[in-house]
Design a protein around this ligand. Structure first.
Ligand SMILES: O=C(O)CCC(=O)C(=O)O
Length: 233
């Protein structure tokens, strides 16, 4: 990682594959979590009370990897299967520059498939889901113009392929949401699973029935390793 006053914003940005929790550093990213058009769609699929617990800014410059098949609920467990992503394209997302691919209907049964380590150079360091009843031939690309949001359930199997180059950055802002009624047993807080409830959240619609617990401010922005930096650091 090279940072310095002599580098342009673009040169700095392209060194990162993905920044986690940009809303902790950027007021603009914080405001984007509550963007009215997105929240309106979320209340239709989740319900009136919606909270967010994560943001990610994908930069994905030319040649940078995608992310292998996975279900977001594998990483962020809700208790009512309400995890929902709003994947907002900041550039036109195309097959060439590494748009999302989805396995249609794969969320419907509510089954979480197992994950394993993968060493495929097309993908970043995150694991891959396997042993699901679909093949790559069932996948459809989700090509969307800049400004469009792809809203999908946390059980949907999805992946992205590398940015094949010559088409510029493929940036996307991804925010994750869930029902405010569900506890969020996300990080080990030492509590028994039955009452574990991660409270580093932002309420974006309606009421928080657990407001009496207060909120915390634990997550810090950080960059996601891709294989350039080695996966084991
Ligand atoms: O945008 C990408 O390349 C991957 C995003 C993704 O899989 C996710 O947000 O869960």
């Amino acid at each position: 990682m090279v940072l310095g006053d002599d580098l342009s914003d673009d040169e700095v940005l392209r060194q990162f594959l993905c920044i986690h929790f940009p809303h902790k550093a950027s007021p603009m990213a914080m405001r984007a979590m509550s963007a009215p058009r997105v929240v309106e769609g979320l209340t239709r699929v989740i319900g009136p009370n919606v909270k967010s617990m994560q943001s990610m800014l994908f930069i994905k410059a030319e040649g940078r990897p995608g992310q292998a098949w996975h279900q977001d609920e594998h990483f962020i467990p809700t208790r009512d299967r309400s995890l929902t992503a709003a994947w907002i394209a900041l550039d036109d997302a195309t097959v060439e520059n590494g748009c999302l691919w989805v396995l249609p209907g794969s969320h419907a049964r509510g089954v979480l498939y197992p994950e394993r380590v993968q060493r495929d150079d097309r993908f970043d360091c995150t694991g891959e889901a396997h042993s699901f009843p679909y093949t790559d031939a069932d996948a459809v690309p989700v090509e969307v113009p800049a400004g469009a949001a792809v809203v999908f359930n946390g059980y949907l199997l999805h992946r992205s392929l590398p940015n094949s180059g010559a088409h510029g950055l493929r940036r996307a802002l991804v925010n994750h949401y869930m029902s405010a009624e569900s506890l969020l047993p996300w990080h080990d807080d030492g509590e028994p699973f039955a009452v574990s409830d991660h409270r580093d959240i932002v309420l974006v619609a309606g009421e928080d029935p657990y407001a009496y617990k207060g909120t915390t401010d634990l997550a810090r922005p950080g960059s996601r390793p891709d294989k350039q930096g080695g996966c084991d650091r």
